[in-house]
Design a protein around this ligand. Structure first.
Ligand code: BES
Ligand code: ZN
Ligand code: ZN
Length: 488
């Protein structure tokens, strides 16, 4: 998909199909040329409703208002409808909120790339998108005078973020037999080579040397050996140092606390945090952000077998804390505990974000479409929620409290890997992780539970069936905002 921005008026542009947004059911606007025909076929202009008028070479789509998320999903709906067609070129006008505010242009480009995504690695019949060229006219819906110089860098960033999101989606959608810890490490190494990142991969021997015993215990019953991956983007004179930590369970069977069959299906999604970290490393390096960004991944498979770790085991994590295992399905926090310790040992960061499909409780609490954000620093939690908002993703804060903290007490070890209450499971998981954050880093760290939106088994907005690539756009936007705030 090639994007071209032009000052040419929409009517003067040559393309096989024109895409027109019907804003707030306003059929009177000069862009709408087929009012009667649309009425005849019962098109109402509801958000994301598409009408393809083949003989007119025009496609209409409804959007409730001019805005980033309404436009992004509307455009995604059109492109999805065009997937099976032979159109090669499209044209679309601009729909800006304000002449200086380029966010809708960005949303249009993202809508095309994110909505055009399909995962067909395992299908004999591949769905090939024929659209090669998309021409965006700077003729605006509200007749603002838009400028090419301000809009073109925005198109570039939109492409980078949307493609990084699709890159993450591909990894998550790959089956556990095709994507195991070594494969994640291979992907990281390939990305590092292409995007000039530093990359270090720890294998079992080195992981043992680092005393990451909790991570090793989780991985023990799998025929796939674990990996700890460290990627780094190191620009000159960075304005900040950020560490990202991703949960990389390439499969989560639950271990000996085996998941019921219905809950096990889709557990290839448990590498979504790690895959998001890979996508973010790709986007920050391509945007060449002046921030030093480190990506750490604990890549492990949680399986059963004679060698499996067990409920009743006591594990000693990298920071020396002992953990009573009472449920082997609460494995993500064990892997993250060690990976968080390793990340803090390797890098002194200003911000530490972890991304993980950590708990079903997060999904129960806020629904499938929303990530939950936890930590001690309200300021950093707000940064994440705001970043998600701008990116078109959903995130909300969950508060810690000292009473829930007590529920992790163990009679036999320093801490237990599950809480003794059946309530507040997302929060208690977050509180468990906090035990592995050094005192001086407590107000630098935020945990993001992406268990809900990482993988949804239906189309929603600009997201396909399956992996959404959640987190990539949110964190990339947070990092972009850090740069912007520093400059101003
Ligand atoms: N990977 C799961 C969490 C999960 C559940 C992600 C549903 C996405 C969708 C995690 O490892 C897990 O199994 N958590 C347990 C924790 C419990 C044993 C304390 C859970 O949420 O049930
Ligand atoms: Zn689990
Ligand atoms: Zn898990």
């Amino acid at each position: 998909m090639n994007f071209k921005l032009t000052k040419e008026l929409i009517n003067n542009i040559e393309a096989e199909l024109e895409i027109i947004l019907v804003i707030n059911k306003n059929f009177e606007h000069r862009f709408i040329k087929d009012r009667e025909l649309l009425e005849k076929i019962g098109f109402r202009g509801e958000q994301d409703e598409v009408a393809l008028l083949i003989e007119k070479n025009r496609a209409y789509v409804g959007a409730d208002k001019i805005g980033s998320s309404t436009t992004r999903t509307a455009v995604a709906s059109v492109i999805r409808r065009l997937k099976t067609t032979k159109y090669r070129s499209l044209k679309i006008a601009s729909y800006m909120n304000h002449p200086k505010c380029t966010s809708v242009i960005r949303a249009i480009v993202e809508g095309f790339i994110l909505g055009g995504y399909s995962f067909d690695r395992y299908k004999n019949e591949k769905s090939k998108l024929n659209i090669k060229e998309i021409i965006i006219s700077l003729e605006d819906y509200r007749e603002f005078d838009l400028n090419l110089e301000a809009c073109s860098p925005v198109v570039k960033r939109a492409k980078i973020l949307a493609k990084a999101t699709n890159f993450t989606r591909d990894i998550v959608n790959t089956t556990p037999d095709d994507c195991y810890p070594k494969v994640l490490a291979d992907i990281a190494e390939k990305l590092a080579k292409k995007n000039s990142l530093e990359c270090k991969v720890l294998k079992t021997k080195e992981i043992k040397k680092e005393k990451m015993n909790a991570l090793l215990a989780v991985s023990r019953a799998s025929r796939h050996k674990p990996r700890v991956i460290h990627l780094a983007h190191k620009p000159k004179n960075p304005i900040a140092v950020v560490s990202l930590i991703g949960k990389g369970l390439t499969y989560d069977s639950g271990g000996l606390s085996l998941k019921p069959s219905d809950f096990m299906v889709t557990m290839k999604l448990d590498k979504s945090g790690a895959s998001a970290v890979l996508g973010i490393m790709k986007s920050v390096s391509e945007m060449n952000l002046p921030i030093e960004v480190h990506g750490f991944i604990g890549a492990v498979e949680n399986m059963i077998g004679g060698d499996a770790y067990k409920p009743d085991d006591v594990l000693v994590a990298k920071n020396g804390k002992s953990i009573e295992v009472r449920n082997t399905d609460a494995e993500g926090r064990l892997v993250l505990a060690d990976t968080l310790c390793y990340a803090q040992q390797e890098v002194k960061a200003d911000y530490i974000f972890d991304l993980a499909t950590l708990t079903g409780a997060s999904v129960v609490g806020v629904g499938q479409y929303t990530s939950t954000v936890m930590g001690e620093s309200t300021k950093i939690k707000d940064m994440i929620v705001k970043g998600a908002n701008i990116a078109g993703e959903f995130a909300t804060k969950l508060d810690f409290n000292r009473y829930l903290k007590k529920s992790l007490k163990s009679e036999v070890a320093d801490i237990c890997n599950i809480s003794n209450t059946r309530y507040g499971g997302a929060v208690t998981a977050g509180l468990f992780l906090e035990e592995f954050i050094d005192e001086e880093n407590r107000d630098k760290w935020v945990h993001i539970d992406i268990a809900g939106p990482a993988f949804v088994e239906h189309i929603w907005g600009e997201n396909p069936y399956g992996a959404s690539g959640v987190g990539v756009r949110t964190i990339s936007r947070v990092l972009e905002a850090l740069v912007r705030d520093k400059k101003s």
